[in-house]
Design a protein around this ligand. Structure first.
Ligand code: NAD
Length: 391
C-alpha cells in the first residue's frame, strides 16, 4: 500500500527536525531499548491515528523496534507536519496517510483503507479508528485499542456501538490528566496562540470556554502572561473553581463573549461557538480552539453567515459581519498543534510512553481486560511514572 503524503522529497528535512526531539525523549528511548529484546509487538500490524509530528515519529520507531510487522499511520486534521510525514513514509515498514490540508472526507477514506489491512492493534486519537472499525461488519477482531483523548472517549460512549475488543482510555489515567492536560496543554496552547498571532498577551482579554483539565491550565498560563482571563463552563462547580482560582466568571456566556478580545474553546463538545453568538462578537475578536478536531466552533456556519471571508494566509482568515471583523485561527483545529509544535516534549514523552505501554499490554493478550472501554490499569500508570522518575 502506497503512502498518501504531500511531498516525499521532504524526508531528509523530517529526519533532521526529529533529531532534537529524540534527544529530549528519554522515556521513549528507554522503552525502545527494552522493546528490542522483549519484542512486545512482534509480527503485529499496528494502526495508529495521531498527529504526524516528530514526537509521534520517534514513538513509532519504538513500536517498530518492538517487532511490529507494519505500521499504518493516519494523521489528524490540520496538524500534519509534511516533512515528518515524508520521513516516516520513507520507511518501508510504515504507510502514512496524512496531508497538511486533509479534510474530514480524506480522513474517513484513509481510515477505511487502513481497515482493509485488518490491523491487530489500534492506537487511536479521537476514536477515529475505533469508530471506523465498528461502522461496518468486519471479519476480524483486533487484539485491542488505546484511545488517547477525552473527545474520543465521549464519541465512543455516544456511538452506541457494542465495542468488540478492549479499549483502554489513556485520558482516564491520573498521570495524563495531572501532567499532560493540566500542565502541558496550557503552555503549548499559549505558545500556539503567540506563534499564530505575535500579539502581546499583557492586557488582552482572553475568554476560555471549558474549565476542565485542559481549560484550567490554558486559563492559568494566559493569566501568567499578563492576560485578563475570563472563564465560562456549563457546570457551575467548575465555574466556581475558576472563580476561586482568580478568573472572571459568569453564567452568561454572551456577556463574556462581548467583553473578549480572544476566545479559546476547550470543552471536547460540539457547537460551543455558533452563529447565535455573532451579535456578541466584538470588532477584532480572535476565535480559536484547543479541543480535539475543529468541531467546537461552527466554522462552516459562521463562514456562511459572514458578509465576506478573506483568507489572510498562514492559518488565519477574516470573517466580516457587517463592519465588524472576526479572525479565525487555524480553521479551529487544535491551536497548539496546528500553529505550534504541540505539547512540550517531556509531556508527550510521558503520554506516548503510556500509549506504548498500554499497547504492549493489549498485544500480550495477558491482561484480564474486558471488551469495551476501561481506564488504564493502575500498575501501568505507576510503572511509567517510576520509569520517568529516573530521568
Ligand atoms: N490540544 C491538545 O493537545 C489536547 C490535549 C489533551 C486534550 N485535548 C482536548 O481538550 C478537550 C478538553 O479536554 P479536558 O481533558 O479538559 O476535558 P474535561 O472533561 O476535563 O473538561 C471539559 C470541560 O468542558 C465543560 N463543558 C462541557 N460542555 C460545555 C459547554 N457546552 N459549554 C461550556 N463548557 C462545557 C465541562 O463541564 C468540563 O469542565 C478535549 O477535546 C480533549 O480531547 C486537547
Amino acid at each position: 500500500m502506497i503512502s498518501i503524503i504531500d511531498n516525499p522529497s521532504l524526508a531528509e528535512a523530517g529526519r533532521q527536525r526529529m533529531n532534537w526531539f529524540v534527544e529530549q525523549m528519554p522515556l521513549i528511548a528507554s522503552l525502545k531499548e527494552s522493546y528490542r529484546t522483549e519484542l512486545p509487538f512482534r509480527g503485529l500490524k499496528v494502526a495508529i491515528c495521531l498527529h504526524v509530528e516528530p514526537k509521534t515519529a520517534f514513538w513509532i520507531e519504538a513500536i517498530l523496534a518492538g517487532g511490529a510487522e507494519h505500521v499504518y499511520l493516519v494523521g489528524c486534521l490540520g496538524t500534519t507536519k509534511p516533512d515528518t510525514a515524508a520521513f516516516l513514509a520513507s520507511n518501508p515498514k510504515i504507510t502514512v496517510f496524512a496531508k497538511e490540508k486533509d479534510a474530514m472526507e480524506d480522513h474517513q477514506r484513509y481510515l477505511e483503507m487502513v481497515m482493509e489491512e485488518k490491523p491487530d492493534l489500534l492506537l487511536d486519537n479521537g476514536a477515529s479508528l475505533i469508530l471506523a472499525y465498528h461502522k461496518k461488519k468486519r471479519d476480524w477482531i483486533p487484539l485491542g485499542a488505546n484511545e488517547e483523548t477525552r473527545t474520543g472517549r465521549l464519541l465512543i460512549d455516544s456511538s452506541g456501538y457494542d465495542i468488540a475488543f478492549p479499549v483502554v482510555v489513556i485520558d482516564d489515567s491520573p498521570l495524563k490528566k495531572l501532567l499532560e492536560n493540566a500542565v502541558g496543554v496550557g503552555q503549548s496552547v499559549v505558545d500556539g496562540f503567540m506563534r499564530a498571532t505575535s500579539l502581546l498577551l499583557g492586557g488582552k482579554r482572553i475568554l476560555v470556554i471549558g474549565y476542565g483539565w485542559c481549560g484550567s491550565g490554558i486559563a492559568g498560563k494566559f493569566r501568567a502572561m499578563g492576560a485578563h482571563t475570563s472563564v465560562y463552563d456549563i457546570d457551575p462547580v467548575y465555574l466556581l473553581k475558576a472563580k476561586v482560582d482568580g478568573h472572571h466568571v459568569s453564567e452568561n456566556l454572551n456577556e463574556l463573549i462581548a467583553r473578549a478580545d480572544a476566545i479559546v474553546t476547550s470543552t471536547g463538545r460540539f457547537h460551543i461557538i455558533t452563529t447565535e453568538h455573532i451579535p456578541y462578537f466584538s470588532d477584532g475578536l480572535i476565535l480559536s480552539n484547543a479541543g480535539h478536531f475543529g468541531f467546537e466552533i461552527d466554522v462552516d456556519e459562521l463562514r456562511a453567515a459572514a458578509s465576506r471571508v478573506d483568507v489572510i494566509g498562514c492559518g488565519k482568515e477574516t470573517l466580516w459581519f457587517g463592519s465588524r471583523k472576526v479572525f479565525l485561527l487555524e480553521n479551529a483545529n487544535p491551536l497548539n498543534l496546528a500553529a505550534g509544535d504541540g505539547n512540550p516534549i517531556a509531556i508527550m514523552d510521558l503520554g506516548l510512553g503510556l500509549q506504548a505501554s498500554c499497547g504492549a499490554l493489549l498485544a500480550s493478550g495477558r491482561h484480564g481486560l474486558h471488551k469495551g472501554v476501561q481506564p488504564i490499569p493502575v500498575e501501568i500508570d505507576r510503572a511509567v511514572s517510576r520509569r520517568m522518575l529516573r530521568f
